[in-house]
Design a protein around this ligand. Structure first.
Ligand SMILES: [Zn+2]
Length: 400
């Protein structure tokens, strides 16, 4: 069976067990609400895709998860939803690959991401993310809520005046966020490549338009420039001084580190990347070094500051649907508290997207984006791999 047919069957089998307008009840043995609080043996009422109430209401329940843990749908603030391996298993398009083929790979990625319990993602990004976002929003194709930067801006996008025009154009074209590469890839050293004036032009213009900015930046110099320019969120970070931790704590700049999944995925799939672009032996050596520096920096950040650390994975080919692994690395290798890590992937991630009155919490008035898992992740964080139930906007997409 080819992939398209398989995907179509999956859609038919898995979606819309219940229509949005029905009133539904979900019983939670343990509720982790996304804000850091828990409660036991509660009933969540959902109507018209919105959570109406949470109380001790008696059964019968439409979904009895008395033996499970219920959480808000998870949020990943940094993915590349179109990224995939080609028919030969390599990280590049097939010769003559059509835009339709690319989008079908993206639809598969969106599907496995939703099945893993991620009901909102931010893709940073390509112009055709928008077509997938809009298709999912039509309500038939299953996938997470998608926010997209469209194409990123980088040092070659032009001088400051041209960058202002590009940000304006992205705004008009329906971008949810602006993605900028202030520094080089870590495989090329990670140093600052955009001028201070270019960085400022992008973030000041975006702020004027009410658009957020997420900025690829490594190292003290780049990150200081990005924060001073008023950008919203730092991606990767990886290596910086204690002063940067203090600065991020003061300004409330969001920080999205990538500690484990990104590197594990590159190392596990080495043969699929090596020899393409900057995926060289030197590039891989730089990533090996960055992995250990990243953990040191992350532990220092937890210890010294009050930084708003949000959840993102940089998921690309090979990592879609495994988005939760980064959270497990953070806790087991990075030393972050389990509840803190869960909050970063729910209410704090929602705040970073300026959607904190809609998603990221199980509370009345919020979108009915709800998952249920086997086990208690506060006792064993790997329980988050066991997603049995996924509801998005009140529609059930998975119920095993
Ligand atoms: Zn990325």
């Amino acid at each position: 069976m080819n992939k398209v047919v398989t995907l179509a069957l999956l859609f038919l089998c898995s979606s819309f067990s219940f229509a949005q307008s029905e009133q539904l009840t979900i019983r939670a043995g343990l509720l982790i609400d996304g804000t850091g609080a828990t409660s036991e043996n509660v009933t969540i009422k959902v109507e018209d895709g919105i959570i109406q109430s949470i109380d001790n209401g008696a059964g019968p329940y439409d979904f009895d998860f008395s033996d499970k843990t219920v959480l808000p749908g998870l949020i990943d603030t940094h993915v590349h939803i179109t990224a995939h391996f080609n028919s030969q298993g390599r990280y590049e398009p097939d010769p003559g690959q059509t835009p339709a083929q690319t989008l079908l790979y993206a639809a598969e990625n969106a599907y496995v991401t939703l099945m893993a319990g991620f009901t909102t993602i931010q893709s940073v990004g390509r112009a055709d993310d928008k077509d997938l976002r809009d298709a999912i929003n039509r309500g038939i194709l299953p996938g997470p809520h998608i926010l997209t930067s469209l194409a990123p801006v980088n040092v070659n996008s032009g001088p400051p005046q041209r960058l202002r025009e590009i940000v304006q154009q992205h705004h008009e074209d329906g971008a949810d966020v602006i993605k900028m590469f202030a520094s080089a890839s870590i495989r090329d050293g990670g140093h600052q490549v955009m001028s201070d004036d270019q960085i400022e032009a992008v973030c000041v213009t975006a702020n004027e338009l009410g658009l957020r900015t997420v900025v690829h930046a490594y190292g003290t110099e780049s990150i200081a420039t990005v924060i001073e320019a008023g950008c919203t969120q730092i991606e990767h970070g990886n290596r910086y001084s204690d002063d940067i931790i203090e600065l991020m704590s003061e300004t409330g700049t969001y920080y999205d580190p990538h500690l484990g999944l990104l590197y594990a995925n590159y190392f596990d799939n080495r043969g699929k990347f090596i020899g393409i672009g900057n995926y060289t032996e030197e590039g891989y050596a730089a990533m090996e070094e960055a992995r250990s520096i990243g953990y040191e920096t992350f532990k220092r950040t937890l210890e010294l500051g009050k930084v708003k650390i949000v959840y993102g994975t940089d998921a690309l080919a090979g990592a879609h649907g495994r988005n939760i692994e980064e959270l497990i690395y953070r806790v087991t290798e990075g030393g972050q508290g389990i509840m803190e890590a869960i909050v970063s992937a729910t209410s704090l991630a929602a705040e970073s997207l300026r959607m904190d009155t809609e998603i990221g919490s199980v509370a009345s008035g919020y979108n009915a984006d709800i998952i249920a898992i086997d086990g208690n992740p506060l006792q064993d964080v790997t329980a988050l791999r066991n997603v049995r139930f996924v509801m998005k906007d009140g529609s059930v997409h998975k119920n095993n």
